[in-house]
Design a protein around this ligand. Structure first.
Ligand code: DGI
Ligand code: FE
Ligand code: FE
Length: 192
């Protein structure tokens, strides 16, 4: 599928706000790729598709995963929106024709992260959090600046703030999110 066809299809699959966010992530991922020496085209394609499964209703997300033998963890049954990452990687391959494994992997891990992520994984995870349309997260200015300086420190800052938010809100936290923070917290200042 050509890039403009993917954009056209996504515009139909996503609601307006999500499509705007998607464009923000696509361009931000492109900029981060420039800053850190990765393929701008691949980063933009991964950014474009990262939330392609986001607007599928939750019961349908579950049904699609079950039908296609995508393993669902108990936390994902509790918070089915988490499935949009795994399911997004699946759809990126099957319905948008993406075969590059790095792109598919970055989509798959974009919500929880995972310990020791590769360059594209970090670019997408971070672009998702800092794209210009985002305005709610704490420390955004600091995190945005760090994104162009040190990806590992930036990951640690985002994971710290995300876990704080999730804990304050109550509800289930995926073990992968915790493990990802455990890995990246070594990059925070106050960690000797
Ligand atoms: O899809 P987006 O909204 O663009 O961004 P995302 O895929 O990173 O999802 C962000 C939300 O996911 C944010 O509110 C934090 C939440 N999240 C991250 N890790 C976990 C989590 N939610 C739960 N319940 N458990 C997690 O481990
Ligand atoms: Fe997402
Ligand atoms: Fe997103």
């Amino acid at each position: 599928m050509e890039l403009h066809e993917i954009r056209k299809k996504l515009k139909k699959e996503l609601d307006k706000g999500r499509y705007e966010h998607t464009k923000g992530v696509m361009y931000t991922a492109g900029c981060l790729a420039m800053a850190h020496g990765y393929s701008v085209e691949k980063a933009m394609l991964a950014g474009l598709l990262h939330d392609c499964a986001k607007c599928i209703p939750n019961d349908e997300k579950i049904a699609l995963c079950e039908k296609n033998h995508i393993l669902i963890h108990p936390v994902e049954y509790e918070s089915p929106y988490l499935l949009h990452a795994k399911l997004g990687a699946y759809l990126a391959e099957k319905t948008y024709g993406v075969s590059n494994p790095e792109i598919l992997h970055a989509i798959k891990v974009h919500t929880t992260g995972e310990p020791d992520m590769n360059l594209l994984d970090k670019i997408i995870y971070i672009a998702d959090y800092i794209e210009p349309g985002r305005d709610k997260a704490p420390n955004l200015q600091e995190v945005r600046q760090m994104a162009f300086q040190d990806l590992n420190v930036c990951m640690a800052q985002i994971l710290r703030d995300t876990l704080m938010y999730l804990m304050s809100r109550g509800g289930s936290i995926d073990n992968t999110t915790r493990m990802t923070y455990e890995f990246y917290k070594q990059y925070l200042d106050n960690e000797a």
